[in-house]
Design a protein around this ligand. Structure first.
Ligand code: 5CA
Ligand code: ZN
Length: 470
């Protein structure tokens, strides 16, 4: 495989195919097919996300089609999406009376119904989410899992509250939830408040999570929007407060797509293929019997088979590769698929009562006694996760450079992200973006550090980041 830093696109396309994640041969631009292995990864990743959400959200399912009138209600929202929506205008041979939009996201499908669900302050807060496909006629270069025209795994949460402060607190909770999620995936991230000109259409403000891809470009992997009462006014979502007065609800929404899987692949993968945290690896352990001679074959396969059963009973996702093939070919195949741990059983191991363990994250092989295997697997998984996380964080930190001049920024963003001070003034912000052809991710939500604005030198300016983005 090509190196992922030097030639990211090539590496990425190659790994999607060799690890059998996405089949890119579907004959519609921006639409791709999940292979079974890729879909299994998706399942474990989304199980994590679901279990975080299920603590205090309810799952719902709204229709895919949105009537034109509803879609056309919120002016900012329309402006943001009108060039990207797909229209359904015919049923069979006939023009539809009411043209329908394929949801690019579901505010305009959900909020007319929120209006019906919300009567009194006692109905609030509402916190729901759905995991659905959404459609965006993206005009920028499409790419599997990264920029799709059919987003197949769009997790969108929608909440409604009485006050602005409650919505604000919900934003904070959502930030924590996303932090948890990306930490479980060992994906380092920046958290920033998007500049005004880059916020979600119709939002009061947008908080974004970005990770840094191997080529130094950032990828937005999640966004959280405080909608204030903008949509509530448009869709007439009101509640009666304790004093009997009618008030507009305050809302938030936050979304994650399969970009989280693109990040998972790209941040941890290497020249051999996928590297996965054990939590989301479709196969956590592969057992490879090492058979040299026919004479001990049955005995070795027996030992491998009983280990397989034992690990399965313990809930480990394990596969036994007993194909008639060289061990080297097997190692290669399962390394491509990112299996965190390989257990080898050969004649010498049998004699000594041990298994040989090989870790995908690169540590040397080790031996473990038969009766200690399960405990060892557990601790090794923890260790692998920590190691993957540490490597990812080191790579991430090494890609962020403090910059005090435009020349330094130009240099830093060739292969990474520039950390600067920005006063928050749009004039300064847009001037850097335009002059350097970079995106300003916005002011950091993670630090209070401050200095003088890189454009106007105003003191007390906050930390911000400039990057080439996907
Ligand atoms: N309604 C809100 C929150 S649910 C919303 O649609 N926000 S969004 O437009 O920012 O999208 C949420 C996330 O989906 C983004 O942060 C980004 O990570 C991902 N995303 C957006 N467009 C695409 C696309 N074309 N392909 C893949 N992922 C996308
Ligand atoms: Zn400034």
């Amino acid at each position: 495989m090509p190196g992922k830093e030097e030639n990211f696109s090539e590496w990425y396309n190659e790994i999607l195919q060799t690890a059998e994640i996405m089949d890119v041969r579907y004959p519609v631009k921006g639409l791709y097919v999940w292979f079974p292995f890729g879909f299994a990864m998706r399942r474990y990743v989304y199980d994590l996300l679901r279990s975080l959400l299920d603590r205090d959200h309810e799952e719902v399912l709204f229709p895919l089609l949105v009537p034109e009138q509803e879609f056309m209600k919120e002016a900012e929202h329309i402006k943001g999406f009108e060039n990207e929506v797909y229209w359904v205008t015919r049923g069979g041979q006939n023009e539809l009376d009411v043209p329908l939009v394929l949801r690019p996201t579901s505010e305009t499908a959900i909020y007319p119904i929120f209006k019906l669900w919300i009567r009194s302050h006692r109905d609030l807060p509402i916190k729901v989410y759905q995991i659905v496909n959404t459609f965006r006629h993206e005009t920028k270069h499409t790419r599997p899992l990264i920029r799709l025209r059919e987003i197949t795994s769009f997790k969108e949460a929608h909440t409604a509250h009485t006050t602005w402060d409650d919505a604000e607190n919900q934003v904070k909770d959502a930030v924590k939830l996303y932090k948890d999620f990306f930490t479980q995936l060992a994906i380092p991230h920046l958290i920033t408040r998007r500049p005004e000109w880059d916020k979600f259409p119709g939002a009061a403000y947008t908080i974004a999570f970005d990770t840094i891809m191997p080529d130094g470009r950032t990828l937005q992997i999640g966004t959280i929007h405080n909608l204030g009462d903008n949509f509530a006014r448009t869709f007439d979502i009101r509640y009666e407060d304790a004093e009997g007065e009618q008030q507009y609800a305050n809302q938030t929404c936050y979304g994650i797509s399969e970009r989280c899987i693109a990040a998972l692949i790209s941040v941890h993968g290497d020249k051999k293929g996928l590297v996965l945290p054990p939590e989301v690896a479709p196969y956590q352990v592969v057992i490879v019997p090492i058979v040299f001679s026919d004479e001990r074959k049955a005995e070795i396969l027996d030992a491998a088979g009983s280990l397989l059963l034992r690990l399965k009973e313990e809930g480990v996702r394990v596969v036994l590769d007993d194909r008639d093939e060289r061990p080297g070919a097997k190692y290669y195949r399962w390394e491509q698929k990112g299996v965190p741990l390989r257990v080898e059983i050969g004649p010498k191991d049998l004699d000594e009562g041990v298994y040989t363990l090989a870790r995908r994250d690169g540590n040397p092989k080790s031996k473990v006694r038969f009766d200690e295997i399960f405990d060892r697997i557990k601790t090794t998984f923890e260790d692998i996760h920590a190691n993957i996380q540490k490597n990812a964080e080191e790579a991430f930190k090494s890609k962020i450079k403090d910059c005090r001049t435009f020349d330094e920024i130009k240099d830093a963003t060739k292969s990474g992200v520039a950390r600067i001070y920005w006063c928050g003034n749009p004039d300064c912000g847009q001037r850097i973006e335009d002059q350097l052809d970079l995106s300003l991710l916005g002011i950091s939500e993670e630090t209070d550090d401050h200095g003088s604005c890189i454009v106007c030198s105003k003191g007390n300016s906050r930390v911000s980041y400039l990057a080439r983005t996907f």
